[in-house]
Design a protein around this ligand. Sequence first.
Ligand SMILES: C[S@@+](CC[C@H](N)C(=O)[O-])C[C@H]1O[C@@H](n2cnc3c(N)ncnc32)[C@H](O)[C@@H]1O
Length: 235
Amino acid sequence: MTATTDDRRHRTVRSFVRRAGRLTPSQERALDELWPSYGVDFSPEPLDFYKLFGRTQPVVLEIGFGNGDSLVQQALENPSMNFLGIEVHEPGVGHCLLKADASGLTNIKLIKRDAIEVLTHQVPTASLQRINIYFPDPWPKKRHHKRRLIQQPFLNLINDRLKAGGTLHIATDWANYAEHIDEVLADSALFRCDERREHDGEEPLDRPETKFERRGLRKGHRIWDWRFTKIANND
Ligand SMILES: C[S@@+](CC[C@H](N)C(=O)[O-])C[C@H]1O[C@@H](n2cnc3c(N)ncnc32)[C@H](O)[C@@H]1O
């Protein structure tokens, strides 16, 4: 797999800054002791999902899973699917490892790395059934808009990694990011919008409530949810 010029340009502007936040002793222990069971180390080689999960079930990817509560809940509710989570915030990864282990999950794997690098190098073409991006960092200041994850080069990348008929689910609580998402997806010939909801937290689309969603609702924000489907070449 080779990285395109767009991929490289996109990668120099990161969509995250490492948030402060100490690891609790149990999160630290989880990163040491549970990582061998649930963690996937970064290597610039495409993964073999069959080997990774030990079965051929469809793979759902969650990008920026935060503390992992939504990822763990979806993995519990969908035992016939495999779940791969990407997050750079170590305390969140530690929290998710503890929850996955406490729930006895066997259909979940975690990667602790920039999702752009993981998608570029480790996720094979046409390998994902669904991608979930819940409350991506909104980067509200205009000079930071270039850091937003949802951009045209990113859509090109994830479109390639989705299977035919695969879906992209996005949620945000940030009105200006919602406008941006509407525009970028409307400009893209790669995805069809199947559903768009604007609500006050009472109508999440096919997903659990998340920590950042609760925070947004407490501040009086509205919520936007979308489901897009990858458009096949012959659609
Ligand atoms: C606003 S938080 C939302 C967390 C969670 N989805 C929720 O709704 O509670 C966005 C998360 O995305 C992660 N993130 C942002 N860009 C990322 C990237 N390129 N790769 C991996 N994680 C990323 C951040 O570390 C952060 O935890």
